[in-house]
Design a protein around this ligand. Sequence first.
Ligand code: URA
Length: 244
Amino acid sequence: MSVRLDKFLSQSGERSRSEAVKAVRAGQVRVNGQPVRDPALKINETDVVTLAGETVGDDALQYYLLYKPSGVLTAARDSRAETVMDLLPEALRRRKVLPVGRLDKDTTGLLILTNDGTLAHSLLDPKRHVWKRYIATVEGRLDESDVQAFAEGIPLKDFTAKPAQLRILEAGDEQSRAEVEVREGKFHQVKRMFGARGHEVTALHRASFGPLTIPDGMKTGDHIRLTEEQIDLLRKAVQNASES
Ligand code: URA
C-alpha cells in the first residue's frame, strides 16, 4: 500500500503535515538514500525514509517532553480517567511512546515520554537516578530545620530518603513555597518527605528532569519533540549519575 510522503511523515509523528511539506521542500528528506523534494511522492512499506539523517519508521526511537496538566493520570491507559497518552497524537501512541516514571494525578510539570526502553530504564534505575527539581507549595512555615533535614535524608516509614536539596522561596505561617531537588522517584516521594516534616503539600510542579526544563511559554497539555542535543544531554546525565 502506498502513501504520500508528507502523510507518512506526519503519521509517523515526526512532523505536522505542513511541517512535513516544508521539510521535504527544504531537502531534508531522502527516500532510499536519494534526496526528494516532492511531498506528494508515493512511498510504500519497503522504502527507507530519512529525515535530517534519521530513519523514520515504526522502529525509529522517539523522545518527547510533555507539560503534564493536573487531573491527568500518568499511565499508558485507564478505562475511566484521562491519561497523559490521551494528550498525544494517535501516531505517537502507535509508536509505543510511554511515560518515563510517574507524576501524581495532581502534580503538574515535566514528563519525558519515549519508546527508547533502554534510556527509560536507565533514567529510572534507582542506582542512577538523575536529579529532578520540583516547586512545592506546602502548608505551614518552612525554616532552616527543614532544609537541614532534607539535606541529611528524611526517614520515612519504609526507607530513608537520600539527601535532597531544599531551597525556601517564600515562608509564611499559613503557607510556604520551596524548590526541592531529589534524585529518587519513589511513590509520593516529595509529598511524603514534606509530610514527615509536618507540611502537607498543596501543589507540586516538576520544573526539571536532569538537564531538561520546561521551555518558557510552553502551555500545559502541550508536548515537544526533544532535539538530538537534548537527548544527548539526557544520556550524559545518566552516565554522570551512575559515576557519582
Ligand atoms: N513526588 C511526589 O510526591 N509526587 C509526584 O508526582 C512526584 C514526586
